[in-house]
Each structure stands twice: as structure tokens, then as C-alpha cells.
Design a protein around this ligand. Structure first.
Ligand code: NDP
Length: 498
């Protein structure tokens, strides 16, 4: 049967290569549950070859002056923008996200990060510091790239994750072997081709395909200097453990169960809109989702009424329809997981189902086999319910009522995760006080979800290690060299004759 997209091979040394394993898997369109393309699986020998290619490219790329590197990254960003709709279409088909999202966010926010780091390094951002110690002695520092790095992506923001990792990696002068999630691999080869067209040396960015075992082999390879991983906490712990065992650098962008605190004085419209964005955007498949919505008990009736009104504007449907703003979940396995959480919420946690549920929403006939779920809200939840404690990664909101803001903050922090948090209030002092107390690496005041290139993002506690983006983000791809220069002409020695 001919599939909508040609078979994806591996990409190294500046071109596509057939995998030597002879094995393939299929990537599936989640809206219809039909196959999109065959993907060749990398054998260990192929991964070794891709790593050798990245290692060979490292001296040339790391010695390319930052301003020349910047030019290539700018060109890649321009090509991404030129081909925005074509790539967004790939992302929509592969991940199930509505085209209204992928065409305005996924490629654009990836290209933004490329431009941000191109500007940063082109403007001298990789310069070190000089410290005068004495008249005839000083220390200077250099920011030195690490070498060959591994990038491992999750399936929820495929090309954006690939760009957030590769932009900083390449800007710093490293080379990369990238493995996309097996659920959304289509973008990998397209991105690699764009980098090649932009002028990146062969081998500087390489793509291998496969499941977790391919990722495990890549990330534990002795040539790999750093692992940048986006995925679940449990997988991240394994990957970080393996990286630590061979003293590799590691950045871990993991899961969350983030609190959104609505204060008693909050603007109701903004708070409800914020809670909707924090739970239903991308069908809830966003790591920073604010799935624990803390609402003052006094606001219960008004909040639920407005939420139920606004939830009517969640529109599942054909993914390329301009009105559609809600897609299916990204895979059959993830659909089963999310639906089982919804069932658990109803049957075992005994939470009150305000709307939604485990049944599929109404969609046209040709979409009914897809992995669709309803936006679901549980109310009157308590902190010990499983749906409140565990990351569901789907469109499932839990409303928790509270009596005092201090109580809400304390309960918000009672989790092992610390990815994101936010507050809605009109009181400036209260906003900063609450944000200061919330234990999370990414926080918002009177908004939710925006993550621009300039903003360093990363989780606290078990939600991760290090940050991506912003000025801090590039530091994670560099090592420091400090050099003390002494011009006095004499070495101060303790070994003089007494
Ligand atoms: P997984 O942890 O299941 O997988 C992430 C990636 O790791 C995939 O490419 C996967 O391969 C690969 N992998 C699996 N096992 C290993 C291993 N032993 N060694 C190396 N790589 C391995 O996460 P999901 O794909 O399910 O992504 C969803 C999760 O990602 C959620 O928890 C979400 O919160 C988190 N996330 C965090 C973000 C952040 O910035 N903090 C952003 C986006 C998502 P394969 O899938 O092919 O098996």
C-alpha cells in the first residue's frame, strides 16, 4: 500500500542513508489511525556511524568563527519560515495537533530560537571574561564547546524540541546526533535537510530513528559528551543515571503536574481563559500544563459556570479546518493511558465529573477511528486523588478549592514535581509573593504557557535538570576554560633554599 509520505531513512554525513537493520516501523496519523510513512530503524552499527560523522564534523564546525556559524543558523531559520506550512502540515499529520496550532506555533517558535542564538553568538555572546589580578597577571576565560551531543525528543512538540536542542547545541559549536520520538519522527529528516541546505557542514546534525533502545544506545555511547533529553520523569532518571555513570553533561526536560493558583481578587475571565489554555491547548499534551487549578471556595459557582460556557469553544474536528482548535491524542497507547486516568477519576478517585468523560467527542465519520478524547474537568478534587497527583498529559483539569492563599500555595508545592506554576491576581504584591513561594522553574503571572526564545525554561525537583533557551540555555552546551597568565618573569616557589 502506498503511504502519504516516502520512507524515512537515517540522516548522517549530510545525506540520507538506508538503515542496515532492515527493520522499519510505521508512524500513524492520530486523527484517523492510518499509517503515514515507514521509518527505518537504526542498528547499533548505524548509530556508531552517525556518531563518527558528528565527531569528524566537530573540528571544522567548532573552529568556524561564531559570526559565520550565525549566518548558517540564520539561513536555516529563514528556510524554516519559508517552508512553514509544509512543515506544519507534517507536524499536524504526525502529532495530531490542529494546523491552526502547528502553522502558528511549532515551526515559528523553533525558528525563533535559532535566530535568538544566531544573534547571540554573532554579537559576541560566546566571549569569556578577563579579570586583572595584579598589574602583571590576569585570568581569562573561554567558553569551549563540548563535542558530540545527543538530543532525544518527546512526541508533543516534535520539531520545536528538535530546534530548541539543536539551535543552542550548534550555536555553541557542538555537533549533534538527534533521535526523535518513534511516535512523531517525520520532521527529523526534513530538519536535517534544511540544515544542510543552509550550509551546515556534513555530519554536524544527524538523525537516527528508533524506539527507546536506540535512544539508550545513543545516550550511553562513549563518544557522546552531553545528553539533552525531553521526556517522562521515569525515562529521564534512567538516562540521567547512565549519563552520570560516564560523567556526561546532561540536561533533562521532564514532566510536571503544575499548579495554577487563582486568587480571590483575580479577573474571572482571565483566570478561566488561563485555566483553559493550561489544560486544553495541544489537547493537554504540554509539559507545563497547569492541571491542578486552585480556586477560592467563594468563586466556585462563578468559575464553574464560566468554564462550562467557554468549554463549548473547544472544537475538535478536521485538523486542517480553520475552526478546529483541538486535535486527537498523539497515539493509541497514549489514548488508552489518558482514558484510563479519566475512568480512574470517576470510578476510584470518585471526583465529581463537571464535563467530558471517557467517551470520544463527536467528530466526522472519517475521523472516528482516531484517538479523540473530550476536554474533561473534575471538580471538588482533593490532593490525594491519583488524577491530582500524577501527570496525565491529556486534556484533564482538576479543580481544587481552597480557603486561604497560604493554604493554596502550601498544597501547590506538595508534589515531587516542579516544572511550572502560575498565579492570577490583580494585586501586584500578592502576585510576586505567591510566585516567590511556588516551587517551580517556569512561572507565569496572569497568563499561561508562553515560552519565548528569550526565556530560560527548565524544571525544579524531579521535573528536570538545567534549562533550555535564553542566555542561560546556551551555557549548558559549553565548558569553561580559565587561564591564569603571569608576566612577572618569576615563579613564586616555596622550594627556595632556607
Ligand atoms: P518518554 O520518556 O517516553 O520518551 C522520550 C524520548 O526518550 C523518546 O524519544 C523515547 O523514545 C526516548 N527513550 C525512551 N527510553 C529511552 C532510554 N532508555 N534511553 C534514551 N531514550 C529513551 O516521553 P514521551 O515521549 O512520552 O513524552 C512525554 C513526556 O515528555 C511527558 O512527561 C512530558 O511532560 C515530557 N515533556 C517535557 C518537556 C519539558 O520541556 N520539560 C517538554 C515536552 C514534553 P521512543 O518514544 O521512540 O520510545
Amino acid at each position: 500500500m502506498s503511504l502519504p509520505y516516502p520512507t524515512r531513512q537515517l540522516y548522517y554525513n549530510g545525506q540520507a542513508h538506508a538503515a542496515s537493520s532492515g527493520k522499519t516501523f510505521q508512524t500513524i496519523n492520530p486523527a484517523t489511525a492510518t499509517p503515514l510513512a515507514d521509518i527505518q530503524i537504526a542498528a547499533h552499527a548505524d548509530i556508531d556511524t552517525a556518531i563518527v560523522a558528528a565527531d569528524k564534523a566537530f573540528p571544522e564546525w567548532s573552529n568556524t568563527p561564531p559570526i559565520a556559524r550565525a549566518r548558517i543558523l540564520h539561513k536555516a531559520a529563514a528556510l524554516l519560515r519559508e517552508r512553514n506550512d509544509e512543515i506544519a502540515k507534517i507536524e499536524t499529520l504526525d502529532s495530531g495537533k490542529a494546523f491552526t496550532e502547528t502553522s502558528t506555533v511549532d515551526v515559528v517558535t523553533g525558528a525563533d530560537v535559532l535566530e535568538y542564538y544566531a544573534n547571540f553568538i554573532g554579537g559576541g555572546g560566546l566571549n569569556g571574561e578577563t579579570t586583572q589580578l595584579r598589574e602583571d597577571a590576569w585570568v581569562y576565560t573561554k567558553k569551549v564547546p563540548l563535542g558530540v551531543c545527543a538530543g532525544i525528543g518527546a512526541w508533543n512538540y516534535p520539531i520545536q524540541i528538535a530546534l530548541w536542542k539543536s539551535a543552542a547545541c550548534l550555536a555553541a559549536g557542538n555537533t549533534m546526533v538527534y533521535k526523535p520520538s518513534e511516535y512523531t519522527p517525520l520532521h527529523g529528516q526534513t530538519l536535517a535537510e534544511i540544515y544542510t541546505e543552509a550550509g551546515l557542514p556534513a555530519g554536524a546534525f544527524n538523525v537516527i530513528n528508533g524506539a527507546g533502545d536506540v535512544g539508550a544506545y545513543l545516550t550511553s555511547h562513549p563518544t557522546i559528551a552531553k545528553v539533552s533529553f525531553t521526556g517522562q520523569v521515569a525515562t529521564g532518571m534512567k538516562v540521567a543515571g547512565a549519563a552520570a555513570g560516564s560523567m556526561k553533561y546532561a540536561t533533562m526536560e521532564l514532566g510536571g503536574k503544575s499548579p495554577l493558583v487563582v486568587c480571590p481578587d483575580a479577573d474571572l475571565e482571565s483566570a478561566v481563559d488561563g485555566a483553559m489554555m493550561a489544560n486544553f491547548y495541544s489537547t493537554g499534551q504540554v509539559c507545563t500544563n497547569g492541571t491542578r487549578v486552585f480556586v477560592p471556595r467563594s468563586m466556585k459557582a462563578a468559575f464553574e459556570k464560566r468554564l462550562l460556557e467557554k468549554i463549548q469553544h473547544v472544537r475538535p474536528g478536521p485538523l486542517f479546518d480553520e475552526a478546529t482548535n483541538f486535535g486527537p491524542l498523539s497515539s493509541a497507547i497514549h489514548y488508552e493511558k489518558v482514558v484510563s486516568y479519566i475512568r480512574h477519576g470517576i470510578e476510584t478517585d470518585k471526583a465529581t465529573l463537571l464535563c467530558g468523560g471517557p467517551e470520544k467527542p463527536v467528530v466526522p465519520k472519517d475521523l472516528q477511528a482516531g484517538f479523540w478524547v473530550q476536554p474533561t474537568v473534575f471538580t471538588d478534587c482533593n490532593d490525594s486523588m491519583r488524577i491530582v497527583k500524577e501527570e496525565i498529559f491529556g486534556p484533564v483539569m482538576s479543580i481544587l478549592y481552597y480557603d486561604t492563599v497560604d493554604e493554596a500555595v502550601k498544597r501547590a508545592n506538595a508534589t515531587e514535581l516542579g516544572l511550572a506554576a502560575g498565579v492570577f491576581t490583580k494585586d501586584l504584591n500578592q502576585a510576586h509573593r505567591v510566585i516567590d513561594q511556588l516551587q517551580a522553574g517556569i512561572t507565569w503571572v496572569n497568563t499561561w504557557g508562553e515560552s519565548p526564545a528569550e526565556m530560560a525554561v527548565g524544571g525544579w525537583k524531579k521535573s528536570g535538570l538545567g534549562v533550555e533557551n535564553g542566555r542561560r540555555g546556551i551555557e549548558a552546551w559549553l565548558q569553561n576554560k580559565s587561564t591564569l597568565v603571569d608576566m612577572s618573569g618569576a615563579v613564586v616557589s616555596v622550594f627556595a633554599k632556607l
